[in-house]
Design a protein around this ligand. Structure first.
Ligand code: GP9
Ligand code: MN
Length: 646
């Protein structure tokens, strides 16, 4: 036995077993993969084996002791890969994809989040490397210095490939078309493991870049036919009612609708926002509005709201599709009605590649962090605190030529929800999750910042005659905090319930239109752009838009999520199960449900085609449409001083 442990083959087998068990341990303890049956349980255990055999097996082709060094290096590499995924998962509830990795410019600002996500106990995950290094030092003298017969590693690799084939076959019996349906990364990891997922993801990325080359103008006709068939004509009274008005769009970072009218310790968390939705004569609140974002988070929300396209299944189109042609809402407003477009955000301009993609959207002015006072006491977490952000934005807003489309993006209410002690005006919640507890405090802070901003808007005369709308970009509380959340809402967070919690606010004031109170139509972020176009008097059917006007009688009320799940007023389709949307009771699939499910899949795939194939380069929306010329845009467009003295 001792002799065997001391041999090269013994060393290899120990490495395989360590990698196998460590991976399984992490799958079970760190990821929430939704194991539903014995087969899935078995596959989760079985799947690291093939990767371990194949990757570590390659090392056996090396000569003598060098094989040991290769085994250690490969083990380390796979360990780092898995650990990076684990840290990413703790925050995003998702796995790393190649497109996300190219977004490294975002990692800098993540500093405070990452520190929150790494634990001392993670040292445990170094154990395998320590054991292997110790064993190697101890036993290498006894190893033969010659190369193994070619046959041995070849047999090991074949065994690995065979294990993988069996794995894939079993997975496909449980989930047909596992690899074709790209919707949910969780499934790939659950059935095939984190390492195979990385390979799968690399192939997907390669495929998507070839898609652009292969696309042609006939592809866009298919999409156009679809979006036209979906078109919902505007309510005639509302069409053009806000033509030529300024638009002020306010991005509520990580804000979920459950916060509205929620009371913590007997106090309203967001009294100001509540005042906009409870009997307010100006505002209309869409209570069944959902975010539709994926890995691109804020960037997805921005893309969806301003383009009525879906985000990508992997990564953020802001980063991977920044050279595409777009026909975004600001670009349309500029061409059709000479709007000036401005974005306000107290973070560095390169985050989410904004300084590139905004050119495609025809953003004239991008007020990034360089326009604000970023001294230490004004900054927390990702960037500028919301209160100074709004306060310092007012003079810039006032300086804009009218009509303008101004998009202001808040930041303080972002994971890990940090506040300076002096800024907290409500006690934290008392669950076992400190993120959830602080979530209410930053929401309150944002609410106060908004209240002051609205006062300032009124004072500056911009309030009365502008379209003002607020929307939530994506969830703030991920599935990792289900236990704490169930204490907050007093119910178990089942997958059905979690999906219902993906509601984010959409609250809008249209000058000349009395607030309609709370509207319960079902809608999502893709619906924002056609709604606004119609209010501003522009025909939405000229453009390729996947959403429909929320004020229209014919508004389409199914809300697709990016992973293929969806919600309608009657039923929800979540992780392969149908539920009654109102009661959560499980339902059997009817022909109608099946039809919506297929439509959602189709719609998502068409939107992907638009982005992957860069199809809008083939599309001319109106006779005199001019494609956006990105060379006309540069940030910073104007210096702070020039702007305020012009
Ligand atoms: C950063 C901010 C946060 O500028 O928009 O982005 P998120 O992490 O929410 O995607
Ligand atoms: Mn965000």
């Amino acid at each position: 036995m001792k002799k065997y442990v001391q041999s090269k083959m013994g060393f290899f087998i120990i490495a395989v077993v360590l990698l196998w068990f460590k991976s399984y341990f992490i799958y079970v303890n760190e990821f929430d993969l939704g194991i539903q049956n014995k087969l899935q349980q078995f596959l989760l255990f079985f799947n690291p084996l093939s990767s371990a055999l194949i990757f570590l097996g390659i090392a056996l082709f090396a000569k003598g002791r060098r094989a040991g060094i290769w085994i250690i290096l490969i083990q380390m590499f796979m360990g780092v890969l898995l650990y990076a995924n684990l840290v990413f998962y703790r925050f995003n509830n998702d796995f790393i994809t190649l497109p996300v990795l190219t977004q490294t410019s975002n990692f800098g600002s993540l500093g405070s989040s990452i520190a929150d996500l790494v634990k001392w106990s993670d040292m445990l995950y170094l154990m395998d490397i320590v054991i292997l290094i110790a064993l190697f030092i101890w036993s290498r003298k006894d190893w033969s210095t010659s190369r193994m017969k070619f046959r041995t590693p070849a047999i090991i690799l074949t065994a690995g490939a065979l294990a993988f084939t069996v794995n894939l076959h079993l997975a496909e019996t449980d989930r047909p078309q596992l690899l074709e349906r790209t919707f949910d990364r969780n499934y790939i990891v659950k059935y095939l493991g984190a390492y195979n997922f990385q390979i799968y993801d690399a192939i997907q990325s390669l495929k998507s870049s070839t898609q652009r080359v292969l696309a042609d103008s006939s592809d866009v006709t298919v999409v156009e036919n679809y979006t036209r068939s979906k078109y919902a004509a505007p309510d005639e009274e509302l069409f053009g009612i806000a033509e030529g008005k300024n638009v002020i769009k306010i991005h509520l970072e990580s804000f979920q609708s459950f916060l509205l009218n929620y009371e913590l310790h007997g106090e309203e968390v967001t009294p100001f926002l509540n005042s906009l939705i409870n009997d307010n004569k100006d505002f209309t609140y869409f209570e069944n509005f959902f975010h539709q974002t994926e890995q691109g988070k804020t960037a997805d929300a921005e893309l969806i709201m301003d383009n009525s396209l879906y985000g990508l299944p992997q990564g953020a189109a802001f980063v991977t599709r920044s050279k595409n042609t777009y026909q975004a809402l600001p670009a349309i407003l500029k061409q059709e009605q000479e709007y000036t477009n401005a974005i306000f955000h107290g973070d560095s301009k390169s985050f989410w590649n904004r300084d590139e993609i905004y050119k495609q959207f025809a953003i004239d002015l991008f007020f990034d962090d360089t326009y604000y006072d970023m001294s230490e006491e004004q900054v927390i977490g990702y960037g500028l605190k919301d209160k100074p952000f709004f306060e310092e934005s007012i003079p810039y807003l006032e300086s804009l030529p009218e009509p303008f489309y101004a998009h202001l993006m808040t930041l303080t209410h972002h994971h890990p929800y940090l506040l300076d002690p002096g800024d907290a005006t409500i006690a934290p919640a008392e669950t076992n999750s400190s993120s959830v507890n602080r979530y209410f405090q930053t929401a309150r802070y944002m609410d106060e910042a908004l209240e002051k901003f609205f006062e300032d808007l009124k004072e500056s005369g911009l309030y009365e005659d502008s379209v003002i709308f607020l929307y939530g970009d994506h969830y703030g509380i991920s599935e990792n905090h289900n236990e704490a959340m169930s204490e907050i809402i007093g119910e178990e967070i089942t997958p059905y319930k979690y999906a219902q919690l993906q509601r984010v606010p959409f609250i809008i004031k249209v000058p000349g239109v009395e607030g309609m109170g709370t509207v319960s139509k079902f809608s999502g972020q893709t619906d924002a752009m056609p709604t606004l176009l119609h209010l501003l008097g522009i025909k939405a059917q000229d453009y390729i838009l996947f959403g429909t006007d929320m004020f229209s009688e014919n508004h389409k009320g199914y809300v697709p999520f990016r992973n293929g799940d969806f919600i309608t007023e009657e039923f929800s389709y979540i992780k392969d199960i149908y539920y009654d949307t109102a009661t959560g009771e499980e339902l059997k699939e009817t022909a109608e449900m099946q039809q919506v499910r297929e439509k959602v899949e189709h719609e998502l795939s068409l939107s992907d085609k638009v982005l992957f194939g860069d199809l809008l380069r083939f599309y001319t929306p109106t006779e005199d449409w001019e494609p956006v010329d990105t060379s006309e845009y540069f940030y910073p467009a104007k210096s702070k001083v020039d702007l305020l003295t012009d």
